[in-house]
Design a protein around this ligand. Structure first.
Ligand code: ATP
Ligand code: MG
Length: 160
């Protein structure tokens, strides 16, 4: 069913606001008000809560986290929504980037100890994105920040 993305991210940000405030991290979004997409809202929520909780966990006091969404057309005429989730956090070493979507993979114990996660979040995100016939990629610079780029179809394929 159609999800109004500006409303959806308003509610996702409400969920994240307490933990972000505690670290004085600013949450920003740039979502066109007219943008709707067909998606399973619960799965969409799981995707973005995982990405945003990582962004907040791996960003220091006073940093910022930003979500954008924009429509994009493929050469074949089909349409996507391209999302980005960017932070001004510690970044991910180049050598670890290819592995972060693996189950239980965490970059190093020192950085991860305080956050106490299991290393499952991004593997779940990738699985959910692929269930929606989308793709996810990551760009990161150590000490500067990280951006996840998620491409999802605007419409769901008719099944049968
Ligand atoms: P879980 O999500 O299961 O609680 P986790 O956050 O450690 O644990 P993932 O979400 O799968 O696991 O992330 C894997 C690893 O990738 C993290 O341990 C962290 O080292 C790194 N990582 C993920 N997102 C970011 C980010 N935004 N900035 C810096 N490092 C990140
Ligand atoms: Mg995580």
């Amino acid at each position: 069913s159609p999800v109004h993305l500006a409303t959806f991210f308003g509610s996702v940000f409400d969920t994240m606001s307490k933990v972000a405030e505690k670290k004085n991290i600013r949450l920003n979004s740039q979502i066109p008000d007219e943008l709707f997409m067909e998606a399973d809202e619960d799965k969409l929520r799981q995707i973005f809560l995982n990405l945003l909780s990582n962004a907040v966990s791996y960003t220091g006091e006073g940093g910022s986290v930003k979500v954008t969404a924009a429509p994009d057309s493929n050469p074949d005429g089909s349409e996507n929504v391209i999302f980005t989730v960017s932070d001004t956090g510690m970044g991910i070493p180049k050598k670890d980037l290819p592995r972060i979507f693996e189950r239980f993979y965490r970059v190093d114990k020192a950085r991860s100890r305080s956050s106490g996660g299991t290393g499952l979040g991004l593997s779940i995100v990738k699985h959910l994105v692929e269930l929606h016939h989308g793709t996810i990629s990551v760009e990161s610079d150590l000490g500067i920040g990280t951006s996840f780029i998620i491409r999802l179809p605007l419409l769901q394929e008719e099944s049968d």
